[in-house]
Structures are given as C-alpha cells and as structure tokens.
Design a protein around this ligand. Sequence first.
Ligand code: HEC
Length: 171
Amino acid sequence: MKPAHRLTLTLILSACLLGAGGLAAADRPTVAFTAGQSKAGMALYRASCAACHGSYLEGGTGPALTGFGFRVLVRDTKATVGELLRGITQQMPLNAPASLTHRQYTAIMAYLLSKNGYRATGHKLTFAAAQRSLASPVRPTPSLSPMPVPSSPLQFHREVLPGPASPMPHG
Ligand code: HEC
C-alpha cells in the first residue's frame, strides 16, 4: 500500500460525513451513462490521465483506477461516484487541476464506470447527477462484495496461483 493520498483523504472525510455505515447495496442508486459518453471519456482519459494512471487504468505514478487495487480503494474509502467525480474535477490531472470542462470530466467518469463493471444505457450521465450519485464507482455484485467472503478475488488468487515449492524439511 502506498502512503495515503490527498484525494483518498478527501474521500475518507466525505465518507465519514455520509455516515460510516453507508447504504445497503440494494438502496444504492445506480448510475446511467451512454456508450458515446464512455467512448469520448476514453479519448479524454488517454490524453489527460493515462500518462500517470496507465493506458489500461492499471496505475503508474497515480493509483490504478480499475481492477482489484481500485476495488480495495473504493471499499476502504467508501467512495461514491459523486465523491470520485468531485475529487477528479477539483484535483486531476494532478499537473493541471480543474483544466477540463464539466462535460469532459463527466465523460471520463462514464469511462471509469465502464471499466468497473457498469454497462452503458440509453440515459446520459449529467455532471449534476453524477456529483450527487451515491452509487459505488465499482458495480456491486456478489463477487465484488466489500465484505471478506470466501469467494473474494484475493482468496481466489491464493487458490489458483501455484504457491512457492515448499519441500518438507528432512529430519
Ligand atoms: C501527472 C500525473 C497525473 C495525471 C496526469 C493524473 N493523475 Fe490522477 N492521480 C495522480 C496521483 C499521483 C494520485 C495520487 C495522489 C493524490 O491523490 O493526490 C492521483 C489520484 C487520482 C485519483 C484518486 C485515487 C485515490 O487515491 O483515491 C483518481 C480517481 C484520479 N487520480 C483520476 C485521474 C483522472 C481522471 C485523470 C485525468 C483527468 C488524472 N487522474 C490525471 C497523478 C495523476
């Protein structure tokens, strides 16, 4: 784990304000965005974010924005789509904060959602709606449960990855 990031801290603080318990998965509103938005967001991401977060959102100078690392981050910070979008809009790109338009940040948010389990719908995501959204940036599914359940990806990896050869010591 890297040392706490400033933005992460912001997310934690906002999460506390929302109430540590959070909402039950079923109560969480879902987010809608169009395929056009996530496509536009992909181009914007590549131009403004990929240099630090990786072409595949796998992370680099900045943290990963998809995959297991991001899921853990979202779980730990209890970040919502709204908090993430506010953080991105105010603080990213790190070398030029708030340099994109709200429409562009919204498109990037749609792209991030498309890379974290959400499907595009016919409904456009607006900046205002995304900012208010209490949905998780990682689509909640049983296998993505924030609770440590036996089928969690970490355990899965432990099961499928060949462990180091451990010869039984003689004697
Ligand atoms: C110059 C490098 C750089 C660029 C460009 C950049 N980021 Fe970041 N980003 C970082 C670093 C470093 C962090 C962690 C430190 C921090 O949060 O201040 C970060 C943190 C984040 C986080 C928060 C993850 C967490 O820790 O909670 C998100 C989300 C994010 N960036 C999204 C973006 C998006 C979207 C763009 C493009 C608009 C972008 N970043 C562009 C370097 C960058």
